[in-house]
Design a protein around this ligand. Structure first.
Ligand code: URA
Length: 164
């Protein structure tokens, strides 16, 4: 399936309750031949406003860590395991992840990245596709707030750069 068509499906999705409280779905963005895909939890308020992933505070922090490691954000495909904002930015519920994860599976099958970086425990629930390397790291929102978690996040991105 072409990703344009998938994006339309995501925007029209009513498979769980989250569409009701959202202004915009956030399918993800980046080159369709990206070697690396980043996967977060779900869009926050600014992502909901703009329809773009990781443009709020966590996104700015992520941008800094990418830049520090010489990774160009424009070369990455960036998305989330859940494509709509959640009430009060709570963790997505298991049924919401189950409803949404087929979209991520299609994105991985279409883009065929070499490496998928799963940021945070919600993203860790993504099913693994064969022939793709999966890296589990912490979520940038947690990394932003806690020094120990930040260290892990920064180390994981330094290691990612070496494998790119
Ligand atoms: N946090 C996420 O997990 N994803 C976003 O797109 C923004 C914040």
């Amino acid at each position: 399936m072409a990703l344009d068509e998938l994006n339309e499906q995501i925007r029209a999705c009513r498979k769980c309750r989250l569409w009701w409280g959202a202004k915009n779905a956030v399918p993800g963005e980046g080159p369709l031949n990206a070697n690396v895909m980043l996967v977060g939890q779900n869009p926050g308020a600014e992502e909901d406003e703009t329809g773009r992933p990781f443009v709020g505070r966590a996104g700015k922090f992520l941008n800094k860590v990418l830049a520090h490691n010489g990774i160009d954000r424009q070369t990455l495909f960036i998305t989330n395991i859940v494509k709509h904002v959640t009430p009060e930015n709570r963790k997505p519920l298991p049924d919401e992840i189950a409803a949404c994860v087929p979209y991520l599976v299609t994105q991985v099958n279409e883009i065929k990245p070499k490496i998928v970086v799963l940021m945070g425990t919600a993203a860790w629930k993504a099913p693994r596709a064969e022939g793709v390397e999966y890296v589990e790291t912490v979520h940038p929102s947690a990394a932003m707030r806690f020094a120990k978690i930040r260290k892990r996040f920064e180390e994981d991105f330094a290691a990612l750069k070496k494998r790119m």
